[in-house]
Ligand binder design. Structure first.
Ligand code: SAM
Length: 208
């Protein structure tokens, strides 16, 4: 697995782990400019920690859906180009705004990822869509936002089984979501995110 440029394995005292360079955001350990990326708090961090080939090289333009207060998207912005961060809840958005202070390439958007028409006039076509919305209809959100990708563009999505159906077995939920994705995307890799996130599936896909 190749780590994106700007993501490194480093030591923080007795701990080692992946890290990016930027202002700390969530109380993570630091060493000089470097800050540890906690895979327990980040689905993308878990994918990288699990050695999954994400196809990220570093320097890409990114549309990040479900930014919350910026834990993961802050790391993404540390190694990417222009990074648009969509979040529809006002409270985490307030924290996210503080994260942008030291990251001029991070653009927060208080928008609903199910209605991309609301930000289509702001967001340029991107190289990568990263999605972690943990809400019902997760595959539909990825399909609706495929308009920001050219053919061959990269989708990295984390699916949370319980957000779709608390009674259906997770593998059955994931099969359904992946089939829906495959109407527009070719799936390269699917990987469960245990032990970092229970009943979550990470999917790497390319737009056809
Ligand atoms: N990705 C974040 C991280 O790793 O730092 C955590 C995201 S949290 C699991 C899911 C977030 O998606 C919540 O903040 C929620 O408000 C947001 N969300 C859910 N549905 C959304 C939608 N339709 N549009 C925008 N944000 C949404």
């Amino acid at each position: 697995m190749t780590l994106p440029a700007g993501v490194e394995q480093r030591s923080f005292g007795s701990e080692t782990g992946l890290a990016t360079r930027g202002e700390p955001v969530y109380g993570e350990p630091t060493d000089g400019d470097w800050r540890k990326w906690d895979p327990h708090r980040s689905k993308l961090g878990a994918l990288l920690e699990l050695d999954v080939e994400t196809e990220l090289h570093g320097g890409e333009t990114v549309l990040y859906l479900g930014a919350a207060s910026g834990t993961t998207v802050s790391h993404v912005a540390d190694f990417s180009g222009p990074t648009y961060a969509v979040e529809f809840a006002p409270r985490p958005m307030r924290d996210l705004l503080a994260v942008t202070d030291s990251r001029p390439n991070l653009f927060p958007l208080l928008k609903d990822a199910r209605k991309p028409v609301e930000y289509a006039h702001i967001v340029e076509p991107v190289d990568v869509v990263i999605q972690d919305v943990a809400t019902r209809g997760q595959a539909r959100v990825a399909l609706e936002n495929s308009q920001f990708l050219d053919a061959g563009g990269l989708l990295i999505v984390a699916f949370k089984a319980r957000s779709e159906d608390v009674t259906e077995p997770p593998e059955s939920v994931f099969s359904r979501l992946c089939s829906e994705l495959e109407t527009e995307y070719d799936i390269l890799t699917r990987e469960r995110l245990e032990p970092y996130h229970q009943d979550h599936l990470g999917v790497i896909a390319k737009k056809r």
